[in-house]
Design a protein around this ligand. Structure first.
Ligand code: SF4
Length: 396
């Protein structure tokens, strides 16, 4: 969804967090809200998706599309890739609309009131379709850091609750389907369908948690959902989770006696797997703590036992143009002074545009298998295959 400029204390987009850690919204008020270039980039990409979707379903004329697009092209976050990803988004919407027996009611960028579930809550559905007893909402995500699934997705479910309420006088809906289109990272669109009754039951649970979170009666609970919490580096609950070393305690229990080991005193592979799982969050938390400490010290604060120093650096010319001039004056030619290299594949693709790039270079692109990386077994990628790694795959 397009990031709203005003934020509710318990927003739908942060619901995964406050539904697990009901203390988070009030706790986060102690830390300044920040925005990033990624968020701004997402806003521009959403605006382009909205334009194309409106045009595809007759909401605006070609002329209006072109003039709005002209303005967006001047946006500093605009990239040609956004036109391509908007195309993927619109194609999905068109295909989805075709699955309805009768042409559905379609609306883009629908602001929904969520205050029946979240105090002061609201959200914006990128696209809503209603027909054949079904409400379908689609959310476009421009980020390519983490694949977001529509399954059991609290943000999508809250939007769906708001949309059902908003359209209840006009449509009778029995099923709700929700989809996330994330073309820069996910190859397929993630979808979930549930009945309205199931959704309403879930909504009651969400409402109770939102009330707790909003009124300041919440409880801290650290977990994966801490990732985007504004106070994650300074959160005591999160620190306790890792410093108590609870996760490591049973490791010293008798079950891990030498009889269990292939070689006495040596960790088994099962132990290693177990320890890696237990320590993953600890490593992440420690890195974030370091990041916080560095910025605090640079802001003049004191972190006992730590200080900031200048990191390693490489020599550079104080004035590169002047240096080259001096070398030329000393008799060195361009061949000695310059290298001529092509721009990278991704820079060229961004400049030329995905479609044109594919047309010209589709058969020239190969994708070597990446270096082996350790991930958790539940990761959706295929296991590393050394035989396959010897051959680069042609990407079509
Ligand atoms: S860091 Fe985690 S535990 Fe702490 S307030 Fe945020 S979500 Fe809750």
């Amino acid at each position: 969804m397009a990031t709203p400029t005003k934020h509710a204390l318990c927003s739908a987009s942060s619901s995964e967090r406050w539904m697990h850690c009901t203390a988070a919204p009030r706790f986060e008020e102690n830390f300044p809200a920040t925005t990033s270039d990624y968020a701004e980039e997402g806003r521009t990409a959403h605006a382009i998706c909205e334009l194309y979707a409106k045009y595809a379903f007759g909401g605006i004329t070609k002329r209006s599309l072109n003039s709005s697009l002209k303005k967006l092209r001047e946006d500093r976050f605009f990239s040609e890739e956004m036109i391509q990803t908007a195309d993927v988004y619109v194609q999905y919407l068109k295909e989805k609309a075709m699955t309805f027996e009768h042409p559905p009611y379609i609306q883009q960028e629908v602001r929904v009131d969520l205050s029946s579930y979240i105090p002061d809550g609201f959200g914006t559905c990128d696209c809503i379709m209603i027909g054949d007893d079904t409400l379908h909402i689609t959310d476009y995500k421009h980020g390519k850091g983490v694949i977001v699934s529509a399954e059991n997705n609290s943000q999508m479910r809250l939007y769906a609750l708001g949309a059902i309420q908003q359209y209840s006088m006009l449509f009778s809906v029995k099923n709700v389907s929700m989809a996330i289109v994330q073309p820069r990272i996910a190859e397929t669109v993630s979808e979930e369908t549930i009945t309205v009754d199931e959704l309403l039951t879930w909504g009651e649970k969400a409402k109770a948690l939102a009330y707790k979170a909003y009124t300041g009666l919440g409880e801290f609970k650290a977990g994966d959902w801490c990732l985007f919490c504004r106070g994650k580096a300074q959160c005591k609950a999160r620190a306790e989770k890792y410093t108590a070393l609870e996760d490591f305690k049973d490791f010293a229990l008798p079950k891990n006696t030498i009889e269990d080991k292939a070689v006495p005193g040596v960790l088994t592979n099962a132990d290693v797997g177990d320890l890696l799982t237990r320590g993953a969050g600890l490593k992440k938390w420690y890195e974030e703590l370091q990041e916080y400490a560095l910025s605090a010290i640079l802001n003049g604060e004191n972190i006992p036992g730590w200080k900031a120093v200048a990191g390693r650096s490489n020599r550079v010319f104080a004035d590169a143009d002047k240096a080259l001039e001096l070398l030329k004056a000393a008799g060195y030619d361009d061949k000695t002074l310059y290298t001529h290299t092509a721009k990278s594949l991704s820079v060229l693709e961004k400049t030329i545009g995905v479609k044109k790039f594919q047309e010209i270079l589709g058969k020239q692109i190969v994708k070597p298998v990446g270096a082996p990386t350790l991930v958790v077994a539940s990761d959706k990628r295929e296991p590393y295959n050394p035989a396959k790694a010897d051959f680069a795959e042609v990407v079509s």
